[in-house]
Each structure stands twice: as structure tokens, then as C-alpha cells.
Design a protein around this ligand. Sequence first.
Ligand SMILES: C[S@@+](CC[C@H](N)C(=O)[O-])C[C@H]1O[C@@H](n2cnc3c(N)ncnc32)[C@H](O)[C@@H]1O
Length: 349
Amino acid sequence: MRATRFAFAMETAGLALPELGDIAVFAPTMGDDLSAMPAARLLVITGFKPDYDAFAVQGLRVAITAPEPAATQAAPSTALVCLPRARDRARLMIAQANATVAPGGMVLVDGQKTDGVDGMLRDLRGRVTLDGPVSKAHGKLAWFMAQPGLFQDWAALATPRVLADGFRTAPGVFSADGPDPGSVALAAALPAKLGGRVADLGAGWGFLSAAILAREGVRSLHLVEADHAALTAAQENITDPRAVFHWADATRFVPPQKLDTIVMNPPFHTGRGADPELGVAFIRAAAGMLTPGGVLWMVANRHLPYERALVGLFQEVSDQAMGGAYKITRAARPIVAAKTTAAKTRARR
Ligand SMILES: C[S@@+](CC[C@H](N)C(=O)[O-])C[C@H]1O[C@@H](n2cnc3c(N)ncnc32)[C@H](O)[C@@H]1O
């Protein structure tokens, strides 16, 4: 989609990228085709680990954060912002893109209608002279000339937000404005005592982790989170020495030792689309991380189809609470761990 719009803008709207200098691409997702731009000049900027890894594997240069604001000849000449749906994060990225490119360089803003591109272009028109936009494949692409200091108020969105209970969050992270009701319900449903080695998969800014660490018996807690901004907030919120932080894809994470308990509110979106398969991948990964007697506690929207995966992967599955839109499930004794133990026992005989 992005590539189609790009080609269309070049053919029909006179879009011509600066001929030299890096092209910083903010927040593309792994399915985005960037081949219309010269690979050697691309610098992909993303804090989402699965996307980071996918672009790195393609041989592209990748960074978690934008390069320092333009001051030198080496600053990128061009920035392309792939709009995320969260408006504050999108604004912050545009401010960072404007500050990163060399003065007079070009900032392109591309997004799907469903990600709010129309509203963002309206906001931009009040601040800059926009070229384009071209409209294609259910989205729009527009561009403007970078001007230092133009988006100070949007740049200020980088300041962590502090919630009423003292937790810090960041723009665009999950439940940035306050704890998710599903996570609140799960935190309340956890038993007084948990196993010693615990993980919070998709830990976000650490709401569930704080509840886990308040339970008895916890000796270590792995917070596994793919969104770098969320994990950074979690590191500020959780200062307990038992916490270990991992910027990682939870579906591939391998804990240093098998775990006694996993607690999670799994994501159900991939990039910009709903994807219950991601939740299923979390459940499968959790089953693989637990000891034979290990226990998974999870919360999910009631309508999400996780039943089959849970029953296929755990020997004991029980619904603990069905409050409103959410369902809390306890799943214990993973089948994969039981099979591995049985195979080891057979091998020893
Ligand atoms: C529903 S939120 C729950 C966040 C937090 N545990 C809470 O209760 O507030 C799911 C979290 O999973 C993260 N996430 C998405 N895909 C991931 C992946 N592949 N690996 C690790 N974390 C991921 C998201 O960034 C998000 O923070």
C-alpha cells in the first residue's frame, strides 16, 4: 500500500526525494515494502522488536530511536513517518522526524485512513506548507520541508505521563491513560501466593508486574515486552530488584530457566490489524516456558477464540471469572512439558 502510494506520488504529483543523504523511516511495520527507496540510504527507526528484527534481517540499518536532531552534514536528508494509530505517538514522531532531518530536508507523512491520516494532515496544514497529498490504496501521502523548532509542543509529548497512582506511561503504549480494565480484573483474581519464577508476557508499562511482585513467593520476575517505549516506562515503574527486563518478542523468548508461573494480558493486534493468532502464539509460547507443574494466568476479551489452544496445550484449564467483556483463565500443567518429561524418563531407562 505504502509502496503503491509512493510510486503514484512520484508519477503523478512530482514527488522527488533528495538525491543524497539518509532516508530515516519511522515506524514501518514488517509487511511494509520499502523497496521503492534505495536500501543503502535507509535507516529504519522502530522500537517494536519484531519489526526491528524483520528489517535487520533484510540487511537494513535499524535504530530504536531517531538520530540526534540535525546539526551536521550527516543528518538524514529525508524522513518518512509511517503513521501509527495513536495520535500522540504520531505527533511525537513527526516532531522527531522534523528535528532529525537536515534543515531544508524533506519530511513525508504516510498513513491509512483508518490510522487517522486525514486528521493528521489537517493538523499539519495549520503549521507547514504541505505538498501532495496523494490519495491511493485507502491512505494518503503528503510532504513538507523540515524547519528547525517547528513542532516544540509535539516534541514535548515525549515527557512521560504520570497517572494518578504514580505509574509512568508514554504516548502510544498500551493503556497509556490508565490501567486496562482486563488487567485490573486479572490483578484482583491472582492468588495470594505465586510460584517462585514468574514472567509477565507483554508486560507493557508494568501494571500487572507490580501486582505480581506484591504476591507472596515470587523470587524473580521476567518482564517481556516488544515495545521499547513501554519497557522503558516499566523500568521506571518497577524498581524491585527481583525484576528482569527483556526487550523481546514474547513468542520467541526463552527464559533462562523454566518458569513456575506466567501472568499475561496478551495482545490481539499485529501492527494495525486485529489478529487473535498473536494471542494464540503467546499461549503456545507460555506453555513452552513453564515447568511441568507450571501455571498460566491470563485475561482476554471474552469473544477471543483462545479455548482450543488452551485445551490443546494444558492439562487443566478453568475459567476463574467472567466479568463484563473479560474472561480470566487459569491453565496448568502444560502438555508439552509433560511430554518432554516423559520422554526424558523413557530415555533414562
Ligand atoms: C494487552 S497489552 C498488556 C500490557 C500490560 N501487561 C498490561 O496489562 O497493561 C499487550 C502488550 O503486549 C505487547 N506486545 C505485542 N506484541 C508483542 C510481542 N510479540 N512480544 C512481546 N510483547 C508484545 C504490547 O506492546 C502490549 O504492551
